[in-house]
Design a protein around this ligand. Structure first.
Ligand code: F0G
Length: 431
């Protein structure tokens, strides 16, 4: 673990590592930056497999030299990470058929962050953020959330024995996520308003009453999420892919992965920096619109999409995300709800599965291939951010509701009578 200071990605102002603020005086969320980092080679990380302590087994703390120094006694870990990287390219798909063909790429990896302890990539940020809260002796933590952040924070706060407040938009959180948040014991405020209002409220109120805010505005969250990229690179023997594709909502994750890829290259862990593609839902696309205008303005929209995890109109990590796109020679794309649900059905049918927002990365790849931005032989990794079981309503609606949309993989259940002969005949028709 490494000593650090804070730096504003907007105005460049710096703050000592002992400062407890998340935002700069100018309002931008702060970044963590490192002084002289200890030399770490690939062998340091490769040598840690097989360790027994929770910290050794964590797919976050394994990369601790790339993370802020936090006293080991404060670390709260499940452990998280160690998620699968499924090779599904059309050229080689190890039994997971359909996804590479759907996206028309020969070489494709799906980094499945839905395999984290609470079912999303948020756990990687939360182990670092909650450990920091413990180190600072915070008595309470808070977040606003479209569901996954709240599930993750509620779980880690329960483990740490800290009071947890979550602000969620009423009626706009998928059932699996709401169930987790309640079950883990968070004090849950269903805000009559959208995610962007919940975000504004939690920031105002938590600052006023001294509760530690653990949205991705918090730089420790971003640092933990960097390990998605480190683990993916390690799984590929540190041979960086050409592209990494990430669903984008509040823009914390694209910022984190971009920072990680640049830092991994600077540390000599990889020979190149992959290009990033951020993919937004067309109904929640301020970042896509900003990209199309050369990032000359910061934009907001009234968000609407079936992918409730990324139903966000005023993303907080805008400046950091612009930097990540620029530093990786990246692109921003958008996909419709129908494209998201079709891509999800393809990932699900392969036997892997993900929640709707996650499938934006796969839908985005298909689109970027069609447009010719990505070539058929480029090596691509799509990040699947959340688990299939997070949003059962969306999945069941795809398969069972008749909405008039084209649903090429809809798999309706058959209702049968208590008649063995009829059932035998029906099964035979599939053979
Ligand atoms: N995918 C999933 C499954 C998410 O839950 C989120 C964000 C994203 C993608 C987008 O990541 O916000 O860093 O750009 N979920 C947050 C939450 C907002 O509250 O759970 P981002």
């Amino acid at each position: 673990m490494t000593t650090y200071t804070f730096e504003c990605p907007g105005c460049g102002r710096r703050y000592p590592g002992t400062d407890t603020r998340n935002r700069c005086e100018c309002g931008e969320p702060l970044d963590i930056i490192y002084g002289k980092q200890p030399h770490v080679g690939r062998e340091t990380f490769d040598g840690r497999f097989g360790g027994r302590s929770a910290v050794e087994r964590s797919g976050v703390w394994r990369y601790r030299e790339m993370l802020p120094a936090i006293s080991e006694a404060s670390i709260v870990t499940r452990p998280e990470g160690n998620t699968g990287l499924y090779m599904v390219g059309a050229g080689e798909h190890g039994g997971f058929s359909g996804v590479g063909e759907y996206c028309a790429v020969e070489w494709l990896g799906l980094k499945h962050e839905g395999e984290n302890p609470t079912g999303s990539f948020k756990d990687r940020g939360m182990t670092v953020g909650v450990s920091r809260a413990v180190e600072m002796e915070s008595v309470a933590v808070a977040c606003a959330s479209t569901g996954n952040t709240s599930a993750s924070l509620a779980s880690y706060a329960a483990q740490a024995g800290i009071t947890c407040f979550v602000f969620i938009p009423e009626g706009n959180v998928a059932l699996g996520k709401l169930a987790q948040t309640l079950a883990y014991g968070a004090i849950t405020l269903q805000v009559r308003g959208d995610f962007d209002r919940a975000m504004a409220l939690v920031q105002q109120v938590s600052a006023e009453i001294g509760v530690y805010l653990l949205n991705s505005v918090n730089p420790f969250r971003i640092e933990g999420q960097k390990t998605i990229a480190y683990e993916m690179l390690q799984q590929l023997g540190w041979d960086a892919p050409d592209w990494v594709i990430v669903p984008a909502g509040n823009l914390g994750n694209i910022s984190a992965i971009g920072k990680a890829l640049v830092e991994a290259h600077a540390a000599g862990l990889t020979g190149k920096v992959p290009r990033l593609a951020a993919v937004q839902a067309a109904g929640a696309n301020p970042f896509y619109q900003g990209y199309a205008k050369g990032f000359t303005q910061r934009l907001e929209v009234a968000a609407d999409t079936v992918a409730t995890a990324i139903k966000i109109g005023a993303p907080v990590s805008w400046t950091r995300a612009v930097r990540s796109v620029r530093e990786t020679n990246g692109v921003v794309s958008q996909v419709t709800d129908q494209e998201i649900m079709e891509a999800k059905a393809v990932v699900d049918r392969a036997g892997i599965g993900c929640e709707p927002a996650s499938a934006a990365s796969v839908a985005g790849l298909r689109k970027l291939r069609e447009e010719g931005t990505i070539g058929a032989n480029e090596r691509v990794v799509c990040v699947l951010t959340g688990n299939l079981m997070k949003d059962p309503e969306a999945t069941v609606a795809y398969h069972m509701d008749d909405t008039g949309e084209v649903k090429s993989l809809a798999n309706r259940p058959e209702v049968v009578d208590d008649e063995p002969d009829e059932i035998r005949e029906m099964l035979a028709s599939y053979l």
